[in-house]
Design a binder for this molecule. Structure first.
Ligand code: 3PG
Length: 399
């Protein structure tokens, strides 16, 4: 893999795939970590006179134009992080985007509209990749956190332009490798969050490699549902029950302990300060929803972390963005940070929401390493070849 930093980029138009998929609240960036980490790596390239054409996705608009996922919402945060103006392109493919890219001067930046507004993106369509490639001279994949997706802007495009890895991509690969080499057993993963179906398959592999897995968030609800718990209005994915059963069998065979919340915080409304109560795992009322792990569950999880030498974390334990449902996530983050500060374990966390939660708890700097990647981080841990990285490898071999 060729790092872009090995190339003279003065006057070159770089088509950069970034991951600017950040949490938003009321149209404002709620956590800018992905943007600031990306910008840090781009600044030296801009200073050398590179012209940046930035491609990214935001959310999952499924090939439809949807204002809720418009990248315009992050433009000013990106400009602040880069320390220079950013032009917003209303589209990412076709003549309008090509003209905007062609108008760039040295050190200027074009942020294109969400690549997932294009149908071909998630299909890894070569036709769309050709349109992306027409925007510049060199392709730079700086989105480690999207490397698990074989999409037009992460895979097919690498065959069409000289393909390189961006600074954040390189940093993530090196730091994760180093952190995992430094880690010992017992190893524990905390897997939570709302993206159940896209992460659950990874658990099949993780339970065969780790000593314990703590399950939280929508993922935990899905496990509790599979064990027969009523869900009320809780986020869960009923069609994943068979996968859950398979994971439980695999975990048993591999002697990996799975920890689910034995009690849960429920509320009738999902709003700040809503009245909450704690009930045992199988007593969520019909008109309520599970929004956090309960206090007994938290104590149990804290005990599991205390016995670990390696802590891997992806996905919050509850609806951490709205107090009081942030409690378990914040408290467990503090426990992991304390154990790391005391030199008792190596801790690696990843994922947009997880990083936002660690920032809110004020403990992100205490972790051994914080990755900007969520799903890609889990697949990397699993030892899978990530399509985005494989595409850069192939391009290098072909060159
Ligand atoms: C992420 O948040 O993990 C990346 O931006 C990838 O998003 P996706 O899961 O929607 O592909």
């Amino acid at each position: 893999i060729t790092p872009i930093t090995d190339i003279n980029v003065a006057g070159k138009r770089l088509v950069v795939r970034a991951d600017l998929n950040v949490p938003l609240a009321d149209g404002k960036v709620a956590d800018a970590t992905r943007i600031t980490r990306f910008a840090q790596g781009m600044k030296p390239l801009l200073a050398q006179g590179a012209r940046l054409v930035i491609l990214s996705h935001l959310g999952r608009p499924k090939g439809e134009l949807n204002p809720a996922f418009c990248l315009h919402q992050i433009e000013s945060t990106l400009a602040d992080a880069l320390g220079c103006p950013v032009t917003f392109g209303e589209t990412c493919a076709g003549p309008v985007a090509e003209n905007a890219a062609a108008a760039l001067k040295d050190g200027e930046v074009l942020l294109c509209e969400n690549v997932r507004f294009e149908r071909g993106e998630e299909m890894n369509d070569p036709g769309l990749a050709r349109k992306f490639a027409a925007l510049g001279d060199i392709y730079v994949n700086d989105a480690f956190s999207c490397a698990h997706r074989a999409h037009a802007s992460t895979a097919a495009i690498a065959e069409l332009l000289p393909a390189t890895a961006g600074p954040l991509m390189i940093e993530e690969m090196e730091a994760l490798t180093a952190a995992l080499e430094a880690s010992n057993r017992p190893s524990v993963a905390i897997v939570g969050g709302a993206k159940v179906s896209s992460k659950i398959a990874v658990l099949k592999h993780l339970v065969q490699k780790l000593d314990a897995v703590i399950v939280g968030g929508g993922m935990a609800n899905t496990f509790l549902f599979a064990k027969g718990a009523p869900m009320g209005k809780s986020l869960h994915e009923a069609d994943q029950v068979e996968t859950v059963k398979e994971i439980l069998l695999l975990a048993k065979a591999a002697k990996c302990e799975i920890f689910l919340p034995e009690d849960v915080v429920v509320a009738k409304e999902f709003r700040e300060g809503a009245r909450k109560k704690i009930v045992v795992w199988n007593e969520c009322p019909e008109d309520a929803m599970i929004l956090d792990a309960g206090s007994a569950a938290l104590r149990n999880f804290q005990g599991v972390l205390a016995g670990a030498q390696t802590i891997l974390w992806n996905g919050p334990l509850g609806a951490f963005e709205i107090p009081p449902f942030d409690h378990s996530t914040m408290a467990l983050a503090e426990t992991a940070a304390e154990l790391t500060r005391a030199g008792l374990c190596v801790s690696v966390a990843g994922g947009g929401d997880t990083v936002a939660a660690l920032n809110t708890a004020g403990v992100a700097d205490d972790f051994t390493y914080v990755s900007t990647a969520g799903g890609a981080f889990l697949e990397w841990l699993e030892g899978r070849v990530l399509p985005g990285i494989a595409a850069l490898d192939r391009a290098d071999q072909a060159a």
